[in-house]
Design a binder for this molecule. Structure first.
Ligand SMILES: [Zn+2]
Ligand SMILES: [Zn+2]
Length: 340
């Protein structure tokens, strides 16, 4: 089969590889659509220590079932599906308390094992999610990025009437805006330093935007919230230096959701956390959030295709990677159609 394969750091190409053979508890999926994610770019740049090369990347994808292993029940050849990339052991502490997305032996499809940028992939049956009839394969390929947004918002426990501030209007920030809208959060403020991104945030449901390169973010938030501060802050900018500011502009009893995968320390003032009794939550991948996202898409509350800026076929993937690298502000979600 044909696949987009990363052979080593900065070395990737379309390759002819063996179609994987389905094991007892696995499902063989013929990929229909796959999204290119920032973390695919990190793998290419050698910024993901978990990857062993060569690797067929791609952790956002949909397809149809081509074969099922002998021990698989409830999934049939021809089913339209998408893939939850979180593979967990089921036995460690986080698995035992229902947090498999931070399993101590976590494997991510498309990172630790081959993923969706090939014509076929084999995944554990437990990672295969059947699609509601009204969800298209194109929409289903993008459930995974929205599951990230659903996970962080769930961890922040929004209450009716809460205002949300989203730092960063890149792809992750935009998915948070859309899912927050779908959840019924009415007031969504988005900050970024690029006007085009802020316009996209507005189009997808932000009620107010702040260009923090031009405006004093702290002063503006104080104005917008009558000096009360914001109860919900989602960090999709992932700049460690901004964390102290988040503590200052959070309201008492506020919840801050963190998504940045950075090893750079931040200077936190403990007093800010204690006196306001803030909650800082980390959010990694997703913990069973596919069902909620599929519901939102099925009933029309969420349109994942609004995030797509470019569409390519598998043949065009290497050019698409260059486009994302050379023009990051022109690209949002790039969707790969697996024609063959
Ligand atoms: Zn991703
Ligand atoms: Zn585990």
């Amino acid at each position: 089969m044909k696949a987009f394969q990363v052979n080593a750091v900065q070395n990737y190409a379309l390759a002819d590889v063996q179609t994987p053979a389905v094991k007892e508890k696995e499902v063989l999926i013929r990929t229909a659509f796959a999204g290119i994610c920032g973390s695919d770019m990190h793998i290419i740049h050698g910024q993901n220590p978990f990857v062993q090369f060569p690797r067929i990347t791609g952790h956002e994808y949909s397809g149809t079932v081509a074969a099922v292993g002998d021990a698989v029940e409830g999934i049939q050849v021809g089913d339209r599906v998408c893939v939850d990339p979180v593979v967990s052991c089921g036995h460690c502490y986080p698995c035992r308390i229902g947090r498999p997305n931070v399993c101590s032996k976590l494997q991510v499809i498309g990172v630790h094992r081959d993923g969706g940028f090939g014509e076929y992939s084999c995944v554990p049956a437990g990672n295969v999610i059947r699609l509601p009839e009204t969800v298209t394969l194109e929409q289903a390929a993008l459930v995974e990025p929205y599951s990230i947004a659903s996970n962080v918002l769930n961890r922040m426990a929004p209450l009716p009437g809460d205002t949300l501030l989203v730092y960063g209007a890149g792809v992750i920030g935009l998915t948070i805006v859309q899912v927050a809208r779908a959840l019924g959060i009415e007031r969504i403020i988005v900050s970024d330093i690029i006007d085009e991104r802020l316009e996209a945030a507005k189009a997808l449901g932000a009620s107010e935007t702040i260009n923090s390169a031009e405006q004093d973010l702290e002063a503006r938030i104080s104005e917008l919230t009558a000096a009360e501060g914001v109860p919900l802050i989602a960090d999709a900018a992932c700049i460690p230096a901004l964390l102290p500011q988040m503590l200052r502009i959070a309201s008492p009893a506020g919840r801050i959701g963190l998504l940045g995968f950075t090893a750079t320390p931040s200077d936190l003032v403990q007093l800010e956390v204690i006196k306001k009794e803030l909650t800082l939550v980390g959010s990694r991948l997703n913990n069973g959030r596919f069902a909620e996202v599929l519901d939102m898409i099925a009933d029309g509350r969420l349109d994942p295709c609004a995030l797509i800026s470019h569409r390519v076929e598998l043949n065009g993937m290497c050019e698409a990677i260059s486009l994302i690298e050379d023009h990051p502000s022109l690209t949002r979600k790039v969707l790969v159609e697996m024609k063959g």
